[in-house]
Write a protein that binds this ligand. Sequence first.
Ligand code: FPP
Length: 263
Amino acid sequence: MLRSLVNRIRGNGKKDEWRTKEKEVLARLDESKLPVHVAIIMDGNGRWATKRGLPRGMGHRAGVESLREMVTTCSQLKIKYLTVYAFSTENWKRPQEEVSILMDLLVEYLEQELEELHQEKVRINALGKIEQLPTAPLEALKRAMDKTCQNDGLVLNLCLNYGGRHEITDAIKEIARKVAGGELSWEAIDERVVANHLYTAGMPDPDILVRPAGELRISNYLLWQLAYTEFWLSPVLWPDFRRIHLLNALVDYQKRHRRFGGL
Ligand code: FPP
């Protein structure tokens, strides 16, 4: 399977150099120890644009290219879940123009990629209070989720209007409602019950969190789910983040000794 991935890595000029490096890193990757769930905070789009004297929206647009490459790579590696932070509950505080650009990019991404993602058997899923999104992105998202809901390949979780504290608060409310209604006894509440009331119900927790752009924060992302996740941080800005960086992250991940609090 890794050989088929190598065969699909194409390029020329500078990319030839990448291709060689990618093959080298792939050779060090153990197919049997790949993570099941990869989470990414796509950070640094604004800085990438500012460094080039471009409007921030151009950074987000360039960031979509990185997302495309990560989706293809995870799908080819047969990773089961890829969860990306695309728009947080706090991102509404950004200037209206930037929020609109992000929403437009989401619609564009879903419309342009849907057929290919469907062919690749990718299942598109959303985590967050998506009903509060504007009509066009919400409709595009629903179409994409409906069309791909039977696919059994990579599950692409797009975190949209997502906040970890909101997610946990909503779970608590729902559990409290069930207890008040006699549907659930308070003694039965355990970690499994809480996990089953999160947006990620039924999914395993992320094995690795990739955070580019040199930030050392959790930024209200998957607060419950990241309890024992391995962090992989990189100074590379998201629009410059390429397959080679993800492959390096996976090789490093495979060297970690995961103890989950044990020995
Ligand atoms: C953080 O970078 C990034 C975001 C808030 C948005 C991420 C969105 C995309 C990559 C593209 C749109 C997504 C989809 C699914 C089409 P930042 O703007 O905070 O960067 P900065 O820290 O350098 O300012």
